[in-house]
Design a protein around this ligand. Structure first.
Ligand SMILES: NC(=O)c1ccc[n+]([C@@H]2O[C@H](COP(=O)([O-])OP(=O)(O)OC[C@H]3O[C@@H](n4cnc5c(N)ncnc54)[C@H](OP(=O)(O)O)[C@@H]3O)[C@@H](O)[C@H]2O)c1
Length: 324
């Protein structure tokens, strides 16, 4: 996989990373996908590494540190050394002030068991108890002190990104990334100006849920009875229902046609699209519930789609954002 730069930092990362919300086991993240055993998590991480993936996204919120600990344990079990891969985690802002960013960095580093926080992200733009500017300044302090490698945000609008970048610029630093939902069924980042702003500022967009929580694999279109087995929170938030399947079926058929031409799967084509269509601005962090899924995702980083194929997917997915 040809690497690309994280924002304007010196760090290069593969276009495909591994999302680790699947290792939450408890809390909202755990309720979304269910539990992943330590052995399965290690097998998923091993498969991702074998496929060339060189960075991992986790968060404090994913099981209150459980995902961070599981990821770090897997990396250690696999004899990966700190510095061999990049780790991105996130601070949870809900019901907290900016002071907690500095107060909790030790917990993050403890959970990561020797792996550095290469990218620390503000998980969502909650400014109720302290302004976003003071949160970004607290992140800047951590970077200046060498406790984190770079500062990122998540779920920030174009205007919020702009403000975060300005606060960091005043500190002599830059905003590395904004993690947002971006996939063939959720392209709001284009109309909202997030993509254009990221390009202008040199910020990397990290596409979360790049498979739209599994819908873009085509598995549910092929076997709609699978919908009943999806956990409630994933079904509700991901709009896993028959109407969504009906509306999105033409896109899935297009994904299948392109996949067949490449000897690939629809999910690989969906991932290749999101990390190609927007140029080097976008990288993706597909999650995996099983090792084979991580292998498939990693291989998509080498899948080259032609210009006409990108256009066909662009056309087939227009108007489907927020498909209900
Ligand atoms: N910043 C934020 O607010 C935010 C929000 C959400 C997610 N995230 C991040 O983004 C990452 C990815 O998002 P996500 O996990 O929600 O969604 P996703 O990557 O779109 O979907 C992952 C799920 O799709 C299914 N899947 C994956 N590959 C497959 C394949 N080849 N064949 C069949 N099914 C496959 C698996 O579920 P099953 O096998 O169980 O069906 C897997 O757990 C998360 O891990 C997290 O790091 C961030």
């Amino acid at each position: 996989m040809r690497t690309r730069r994280l924002g304007t930092t010196d760090r290069e990362i593969t276009p495909i990373g591994l999302g680790c919300m699947q290792f939450s086991n408890i809390g909202a993240g755990g309720r979304f996908y269910g539990a992943t055993s330590r052995d399965t998590a290690t097998a998923i991480v091993r498969t991702a590494l074998d496929g060339g993936v060189d960075w991992f996204d986790t968060a404090e919120m994913y099981g209150g540190g459980h995902s961070e600990r599981t990821l770090a344990t897997a990396l250690r079990d696999l004899d990966v050394r700190p510095g061999d891969v990049a780790v991105a985690t996130k601070w949870t802002p809900a019901l907290r002030t900016a002071r907690s960013i500095g107060a909790t960095i030790g917990d993050r580093l403890d959970a990561l068991q020797g792996f550095p926080v290469d990218l620390h992200q503000i998980h969502m733009p909650f400014g109720a108890l302290s302004s976003l500017a003071s949160q970004v300044k607290a992140m800047a302090r951590l970077q200046r002190r060498g406790r984190i490698g770079a500062v990122g945000v998540s779920n920030f609008s174009a205007a919020q990104m702009e403000r975060a970048a300005a606060v960091l610029a005043a500190e002599g630093l830059s905003l590395a990334s904004n993690q947002i939902q971006l996939n063939l069924l959720h392209r709001d980042a284009e109309s909202s100006g997030v993509v254009a702003t990221a390009r202008r500022l040199g910020v990397t967009l990290i596409a979360s849920s790049p498979l739209r929580s599994g819908l873009l694999t085509g598995r549910f279109h092929d076997e709609p009875e699978r919908l009943e087995r999806v956990r409630f929170i994933r079904r509700a938030l991901g709009r896993f229902n028959r109407r969504t399947l009906d509306r999105t079926r033409p896109l899935i058929e297009e994904l299948k046609r392109i996949a067949a031409a490449h000897g690939a799967s629809p999910s690989q084509v969906a991932l290749a699209w999101v990390v190609t269509f927007y140029g080097d601005t976008v990288v993706a962090i597909p999650g995996a519930s099983r090792p084979e899924q991580a292998a498939e995702a990693a291989a998509s980083g080498d899948l080259v789609l032609g210009g006409r194929e990108l256009d066909r997917l662009d056309e087939a997915s227009r108007g489907l954002s927020h498909a209900r």
